[in-house]
Design a protein around this ligand. Sequence first.
Ligand code: ATP
Ligand code: MG
Length: 157
Amino acid sequence: ERVNIVSFFHHIIDRFEMNKNENIIIERQLPKDSLFIWLDKDKIIQVVDNIISNAIKYSPKGGKIKVRIIRVRQKVKVSITDQGVGIATEKLDKIFERFYRADKARSRELGGTGLGLAIAKEIIESHHGQIWAESQEGKGTTVLFTLPLINRKRGNR
Ligand code: ATP
Ligand code: MG
């Protein structure tokens, strides 16, 4: 369905901050104006929930998380940045593979299956977007994805 991704993200982040009992503060850098995307809300919620859950899971308590949306030509680019343990450069692509977990010991402790990002990749690609990650070990990670904007000139309203 046609969704204003700005209000949609405010909603997702509000819900996240309310449901988690730890005092997680998510910094928002969202545009003021509406940006319309054609998307499956439940699926994109699943993607964002996993990325934010990872940001929390792989960060020390009190680490800041930032969600940013910018428009780049006919796309929106969403980035979710944490100040956590980070991921080694050679592992950055692998984290989107099924069952891949970068740090065996820590992963076992924290739980999970290693499917979250593989599912996220499938969902983003089925929306004609891309997903990738940038990271510095010990400093933090940014997971980014793009989604195509609805082109108003074509009259898709
Ligand atoms: P699941 O999501 O299925 O519960 P998971 O979180 O381990 O399990 P993914 O979300 O697919 O699986 O992530 C894959 C691996 O990538 C993780 O095990 C972790 O090693 C690494 N990773 C993902 N996000 C981050 C992050 N923000 N910081 C550091 N490492 C991360
Ligand atoms: Mg995960």
